[in-house]
Design a protein around this ligand. Sequence first.
Ligand code: MLT
Length: 282
Amino acid sequence: MITVRGIEMAYDDAGSGPAIVLLHGYPFDRSMWREQIDFLSAHGYRVVAPDLRGFSEMSEKLQFVADADRAPERQAEAYRTITTMADMARDVAALMDMLTIDHAAVCGLSMGGYVAFEFVHLFPTRVKALVLAGTRSPADNEQERQARFQQVQRMLAEGMNGIAEATLPKLLAPGTLAQKPEVVARVREMILRADPQGAAAAQRGMAERRDYSDDLPGINVPTLVIVGRDDPIRPVADAEFMHDRIRDSRLEIIEDAAHMTNMEQPEVFNAALLRLVQFSTK
Ligand code: MLT
């Protein structure tokens, strides 16, 4: 645990060498990166994976929002209202400062990808390489925003159980659901232990996020775009859209995987990530 911008932030920091920062999706936590942390730290990299604002261990300790211009007495309440993707990106930069990491390869999955977009926009010189997994650049349309607000109502009223059962069949490919019960259990447990208040704030933040599409031609670091062949949440077309617009990008379509590519097919995901960082972080 470390205090970062007024919150307690839990994180993993394993290995030594060029730094790689892993940003989890919604409503998950850093434990989704276990296979990547073990693999990359054994291959000569320093791997840092935080629990993003509002998720897992740190959510119970949240007392403040990042925006310094909000009155202190309103901070706690305001946090519960919204956590923007930029809030999370600034948290990550502050964590890197505290760990004396100047720059890193930044890898985000889904919501973590939105945070990575904000990070590379806010701190371009701190990014040596980028991984955009199971994510997309356009903002939400009105229907998608409304669906997020409905989910917020539901999880604040009923907790995470309904969300877990409703989303598992979309997060994981049929083969994963049938043949990898330990992956299914890990994903379910991550969702169930998420704090509904923290998840709600992030969900509102995702609803408010801007369209990152205009940023794509300006991304000038080696970039790996990863997508699961069977991802119904962020399908292959979303990945192709980003790959077509990021000059120095490679597209990796992972077979027999849906949204949680790094957990469903860790060997393929790790090999692609290693190729990118070997090339770009020396
Ligand atoms: C995620 O996995 O992080 C979410 O599906 C992202 C989103 O809801 O847009």
